[in-house]
Design a protein around this ligand. Structure first.
Ligand code: NAG
Length: 386
């Protein structure tokens, strides 16, 4: 054993590509060095304030409450082929959203992420993200009292008078005060400003309309602009998959956790190096609603760990217990829940979720957690009691 170790160490010194030596990888490790996990905060988008001024002048800067009050679609009580976890609530989308093959739901967050009291301006709210392949992301703002909802498109301001859609997977979302965090798989985390939701024309195309007199977003009434992003700093040499995101209000300060979706046996291309599966937490600043950064704009992880469970679509932690959502494919398959505490073996609850379980979000006020299921004609928002 000792000889083999020395030989490996010797080889990795000689070989020009010592990919397995990356300290961020998991081979043989559980805890990782927090300092190795850094994100760089971008400057704020310079076009956003100019556009904001324009929409305000037209009386078209609207609030989250106004979006909820303008809801034009309704959820209905669903009776899905649930797993053995027995949700306390199951809500189906309207038939168009349930059946569409264009849009796929992925991420979920609630007003209990936004504020510790659990509500946004007295509304109990869910936000769900949907992606349209290589094209755009929309959000559903759901009012849990009326069970009505309204879609809002995510946009990126590209000029003082234009914006484009955002072509990411949006595998997880997290709402913190006036900021909505959305994971961008290969890049990092994007942040959107909920103090700026703009009402636009209902027309085709995204951005400035052809006549130059207004704005549109593929027929949706509202857009939510990106304000900044947090970029993985290690580049392609040491990628991190930003697959999901969640909030932990039981950490002090509050933390944002991101994690990686990795398939069974996945290796980096042309290597024998297994793709690591890591969960990383960053401290949040409850005043600015940003990640805590140093004076150079670098956010350094407060916790980083390897968690060897494949196909994880979402997870959250609360008071040191982690809840982990693993998918296994379409029905009749079902999804699994794991509960885990650091230093212990994860406990598997096989078949807990119906097929298609995705991101997770916890609500400490109602002692509930949420997921969405992704497969067309079998899509629900599910709530479970802890
Ligand atoms: C737009 O409205 C929000 C309230 O929803 C407010 O916080 C924000 O300051 C407004 N933006 C501008 C540019 O007035």
């Amino acid at each position: 054993m000792r000889y083999a170790f020395v030989l490996t160490a010797f080889l990795s010194l000689c070989l020009p590509v010592a990919i397995a030596a990356d300290p961020r990888y998991c081979e043989g490790k559980t805890t990782l060095n927090d300092k190795d996990f850094t994100l760089k905060e971008s400057a704020d988008n310079v076009h956003l304030p100019v556009l904001a001024k324009y929409f305000k002048s037209k009386g078209k800067n609207v609030s989250v409450t106004a979006v909820l009050e303008s809801a034009n679609r309704a959820l209905s009580k669903g009776s899905p082929s649930v797993g053995n976890g027995s949700p306390v609530e199951a809500w189906a989308w309207n038939s168009g959203d349930d059946n569409t093959k264009d849009w796929v739901p992925q991420g979920i967050t609630s007003s209990a992420d936004a504020f510790g009291k659990g509500t946004w301006n007295d509304h109990n709210v869910w936000i769900v993200s949907w992606y349209r392949d290589k094209d755009s992301v929309r959000l559903s703002f759901v009012d849990r009292k009326t069970h009505k909802y309204r879609h809002v498109m995510l946009v990126y301001p590209t000029a003082d008078d234009d914006f484009i859609s955002i072509a990411i997977h949006a595998g997880g979302i997290m709402w913190y005060g006036n900021v909505l965090y959305v994971v961008d798989t290969k890049v990092g985390i994007r942040a959107f400003d909920l103090d700026n939701i703009w009402e636009i024309e209902i027309a085709d195309g995204v951005g400035k309309t052809k006549d130059g007199k207004g704005y549109s977003a593929d027929g949706y009434l509202y857009v939510l602009p990106q304000i900044r992003y947090y970029k993985w700093t290690a580049g392609d040499a040491s990628p991190f998959r930003f697959s999901w995101v969640s909030l932990d209000r039981s950490d002090s300060p509050d933390t944002l956790m991101v994690g990686e979706f990795v398939r069974q046996g996945e290796k980096f291309p042309n290597t024998k190096t297994p793709v690591p599966i890591r969960y990383v937490k960053y401290d949040l600043d409850a005043t600015t609603r940003r990640l805590h950064t140093d004076d150079k704009g670098i956010a350094t992880a407060s916790w980083a760990h390897c968690v060897n469970i494949v196909n994880v679509q979402g997870a959250f932690s609360y008071e040191k217990t982690f809840y982990i959502s693993r998918s296994t494919g379409k029905a009749p398959k079902s999804g699994d829940l794991f509960t885990w505490e650091q230093g212990k073996t994860a406990k598997e609850h096989k078949g807990w979720f119906m097929a298609g379980n995705e991101d997770l979000s916890f609500n400490p006020v109602r002692k509930e957690y949420y997921t969405v299921t992704e497969y067309d004609s079998d899509r629900y928002i599910l709530a479970y009691k802890v």
